[in-house]
Ligand binder design. Structure first.
Ligand SMILES: [Zn+2]
Length: 367
C-alpha cells in the first residue's frame, strides 16, 4: 500500500425528516450521519437564501457537473448534525415561534443552543437576535435590569411556598422552585463564548461566583430525584473561563473589603458626640452598634458572595433588633453601600477579564 489508497465513502442510510420534507422543496440538505443515518431536509432554496447571506452564497451557485441529486433535486451535504439542523430549520419556517420566550427557565440554554449555534454560523440575524434577547433577560447587561431579574426570580421561588405540597419541608419546596427557574450559568458562559454573545458574560460570571461560593454536594431523595438549590456544572467551563471565575471572585472580595473599610471609617468619623440620636443612645453605643452591624454584613456578603445585593443584605440585618442603628448612621452608611454596588457592577467585565484584549490576571505577581 502506498498510503494514497482511496478510502471508500461509507454508505449511509438517508431518511427524510418527518416534517421538514416538503414535496415542492427545491433543495435537499443532508445532515451528518448519526448511528449511520443521515437526515434529509427537503426545503426551499429562496427561503433560506433570503434570511442568510451564507445560504445565499452556498445555494445560489450554478450547479456544477458533479452535483449530487436526491429525490429529483440537488442535495447539499451539511456539516451539521440533524438534532441541530432540525430545530434551526423549524425556526426558519415558523418565523421563530418555536424559540422559547419565557425568562427564568432552567432549560433555556439547552433549548436554544443548537439554533443559536447555527444562526451564528449561517448569519441569520433575526433568529440570533431573538435568542440573544432571551438570554439577556436572564443575564442582563445593566444593573437596573439585573435587579429586576433578581427580584422576579425571588418572587418565583418564594411564591412556591403558597402552593400546597404534602410532606415537604419548606427548604425542599424552595429548592425545587429555584432549580426550575435558575438556569446554569456555566452552560450560558459556554454558549456565550462559542456563539459570541459577550453581553451576558458579566452577569453570568457574577451569578456563577455566588454559586461557587456555596459549594455543596447534591442531595438525592429516596426516589432518586434531585433536590437542591441553584446548581452549576463547572465541567462546562473552558480552562480560561475557570481562571476568570477564580480571579473575578477574588477581585470582587478585595474591592468590597477595601471600599467597605472606607465607608465604615467615614460613618464613624462623622458620628459626632452631639448628634441627635433617634434611638436616644450615647454616641459610643451607636458606634458599637454600627461596628456589630458592619461586621455581620461583611461576613454575610463574603460568605454568600452577595456583592450586588448589599442593600438587601443590609435591610435584612436591620430587621434584627440587635443590629438596629440610628437614623444618622443609616443615612450615611446606606448611600455608601449603594455606590459600592454600582462600582462592583461596572467593574465586573474588568474583574472577570472580559474586556477585549485586557486580561490583567494573565500575569500573576507575588509581592
Ligand atoms: Zn445615634
Amino acid at each position: 500500500m502506498d498510503g494514497t489508497a482511496v478510502v471508500p465513502r461509507p454508505n449511509h442510510e438517508v431518511r427524510p425528516h418527518p416534517t421538514l420534507y416538503y414535496p415542492t422543496g427545491d433543495i435537499v440538505l443532508l445532515s451528518l450521519p448519526h448511528d449511520g443515518i443521515k437526515t434529509a431536509f427537503k426545503v426551499d432554496r429562496v427561503f433560506l437564501a433570503r434570511a442568510s447571506p451564507v445560504f445565499e452564497t452556498m445555494l445560489t451557485l450554478p450547479p456544477g457537473p458533479d452535483v449530487d441529486m436526491y429525490d429529483g433535486v440537488p442535495s447539499v451535504q451539511m456539516q451539521d448534525m440533524a438534532d441541530q439542523l432540525g430545530p434551526f430549520l423549524i425556526a426558519f419556517y415558523d418565523f421563530g415561534r418555536s424559540i422559547p420566550t419565557k425568562k427564568h427557565q432552567a432549560d433555556t440554554v439547552k433549548r436554544v443552543q443548537g439554533v443559536l449555534a447555527l444562526a451564528t454560523k449561517y448569519d441569520v440575524d433575526i433568529l440570533r437576535q431573538r435568542i440573544v434577547e432571551l438570554l439577556q433577560g436572564d443575564w442582563p447587561a445593566s444593573l437596573e435590569d439585573w435587579e429586576s431579574a433578581h427580584e422576579e426570580r425571588k418572587a418565583i421561588v418564594t411564591g412556591a411556598r403558597s402552593k400546597p405540597s404534602k410532606n415537604k419541608h419548606i427548604s425542599e419546596i424552595y429548592g425545587q422552585a429555584a432549580a426550575k427557574c435558575l438556569p446554569d450559568p456555566c452552560s450560558a458562559i459556554s454558549l456565550a463564548s462559542s456563539c459570541n454573545v459577550p453581553s451576558i458574560l458579566p452577569a453570568a460570571f457574577y451569578d456563577l461566583s455566588k454559586i461557587a461560593g456555596m459549594v455543596r454536594y447534591k442531595l438525592w431523595d429516596g426516589d432518586g430525584n434531585h433536590f437542591g438549590n441553584h446548581t452549576a456544572d463547572l465541567q462546562l467551563l473552558s480552562h480560561k473561563d475557570f481562571i476568570r471565575l477564580t480571579f473575578g471572585r477574588k477581585a470582587l472580595s478585595q474591592l468590597f473589603i477595601y471600599r467597605h473599610h472606607n465607608i465604615k471609617t467615614d460613618v464613624l468619623n462623622h458620628l459626632k458626640p452631639e448628634h441627635s440620636c433617634d434611638k436616644k443612645k450615647e454616641p459610643v453605643t451607636c458606634a458599637e452598634q454600627f461596628k456589630n452591624l458592619q461586621l455581620t454584613l461583611e461576613n454575610n456578603v463574603l460568605c454568600q458572595g452577595t456583592f450586588l445585593e448589599l442593600d438587601n443584605v443590609f435591610e435584612s440585618i436591620m430587621q434584627d433588633s440587635k443590629h438596629t442603628v440610628c437614623a444618622q448612621v443609616h443615612h450615611r452608611y446606606k448611600p455608601g453601600l449603594l455606590q459600592l454596588r454600582t462600582e462592583l457592577w461596572r467593574r465586573l467585565p474588568e474583574f472577570f477579564g472580559l474586556r477585549e484584549g485586557y486580561t490583567p490576571w494573565l500575569t500573576v505577581m507575588s509581592l
